[in-house]
Design a protein around this ligand. Sequence first.
Ligand code: VGL
Ligand code: ZN
Length: 220
Amino acid sequence: MTETTPFDLSGAALLVVDLQPDFMPGGALAVAEGDQIIAPIRRLVLAGLFPLQVATQDWHPPGHISFASHHAGKQPFDTIELYGHEQTLWPDHCVQGSTGAQLHQGLDLTPLAAVVRKGMDPDVDSYSGFRNNWSPAGERPATGLGGYLRDRGVDTVFCCGLARDVCVQWTALDAADYGFQTFVLWDLTRGVDPGNDDRVCAELRAKGVRIITSDQLPTG
Ligand code: VGL
Ligand code: ZN
């Protein structure tokens, strides 16, 4: 399914989600082929198509609640119930200040207007750039990104980065919830489990998120 109308990028923001060494092959929470999207995202950011570009950064304190190592007898990728919702337990990753938590060196940060860090509450995970996962109080506390983008006049959001089936998906779903016209640049994402691709597509489309590829963007 190809889009026929050119996109109006005048009110658009590019969100680069969690492009960090820990999500690359060999990293603590490796995403297969995660390294293949670095250069194209770097080129896209430098092309300056988007009036506003923002990155998110997974940034956990040591001993974070999402780490399997925090839960006796649990292994990475086990799931538990946390505050009434399913929580996947991950290998220790993106620990604040560690090399694996840096934004990837292959990305040029110069054109980015902001970096939104998330997952800093020791007791709450945060997949989405817009809102944390559920807190003990049963809420999903906002990061402030939604208000920031609105205040900057943004009406449309394009998402890329890692991981397709976790933080990119949650970020895109929340962007749509916030009322932004939302796109996922599918070729500029990779999943923790490619077996989730069909489900991810269906859940995104059900929320009105449009899935496109970067070659459908206007050329710089
Ligand atoms: C992510 C799992 C845990 C992601 C972050 O960036 O997709 N996945 N923390
Ligand atoms: Zn994380």
